[in-house]
Ligand binder design. Structure first.
Ligand code: 6GU
Length: 227
């Protein structure tokens, strides 16, 4: 999978080089490229935003600099993801859908967002014919300063579903088959007793059927408590 991320703060995305994502890139499973939006700004001040038509608070990101940056990245079979708190909610299901994608481009907006004509332009028939889709996505009901952290959340959730990226593929199939990716039971390891608190007896019993039953009850209880 190829991933491009565009931001006015490319250093903000440096964690993408670390850990499992770093390994997946050195092994060639994944290629992540971060682009500085200001690299293609046209004036001396590297302006990327201006006041909104119609008035109101804040600044809007200029379509021209986004167009110049996105045009060379829009290859055949690409999903363009515009990060915005007004977008469709990102879930485990969305992560699964994007995990089989060929090429993801993340457009990280700042300020009050990107001029809507950028979304409109890359949604036209010309781009549909080239197998290019545009998505506006939010990671939850709260407002962040920009799309950078949201893009990293999505990239981590999506890429760990790519075969070979996660260290232990067992943990993936347990998640998806038993708990549909979001419910989990509580886990314990050594020692058997820690600060006066013991590991639940059932987990030491060796009775795998009973352990599975207990775990699914616990997962269900957690899901209810979190409502
Ligand atoms: Cl994708 N962007 C911003 N700025 N805030 C958010 C978000 C995205 N998702 C939730 N809040």
């Amino acid at each position: 999978m190829k991933i491009d991320v565009i931001s006015i703060f490319p250093e903000y995305l440096s964690p993408l080089k670390l850990s499992l994502l770093g390994k997946a890139q050195s092994s060639g499973l994944l290629e992540i490229e971060v682009h500085d939006l200001r690299a293609l700004s046209t004036d001396n001040h590297n302006t990327v935003d201006d006041t909104p038509y119609g008035g109101g608070a804040g600044m809007v990101m200029l379509p021209e600099v986004w167009g110049k940056t996105l045009d060379p990245l829009m290859s055949e079979n690409t999903d363009l993801i515009i990060l915005t708190p007004a977008g469709r909610r990102f879930t485990q299901k969305t992560a699964e859908e994007f995990s089989t994608a060929n090429h993801l481009v993340f457009a990280c907006g700042r300020y009050e967002g990107i001029d809507d004509r950028v979304r409109q332009y890359y949604s036209t028939q010309e781009f549909k014919n080239r197998n290019i889709r545009v998505h506006e996505i939010s990671i939850g009901d709260y407002v962040l300063g920009g799309g950078e952290v949201a893009s990293m959340v999505m990239i981590e959730a999506i890429t760990r579903l790519i075969p070979g990226v996660l260290g232990n593929p067992e943990s993936l199939s347990e998640e998806s088959h038993k708990f549909e990716g979001y419910l989990e039971y509580p886990n314990f390891t050594k020692p058997q007793e820690w600060r006066g608190i013991s590991v639940p007896e059932i987990l030491l019993s060796g009775n795998h059927a009973e352990i599975a039953k207990w775990r699914s009850q616990q997962a269900e209880k957690r899901a209810k408590d979190n409502l």
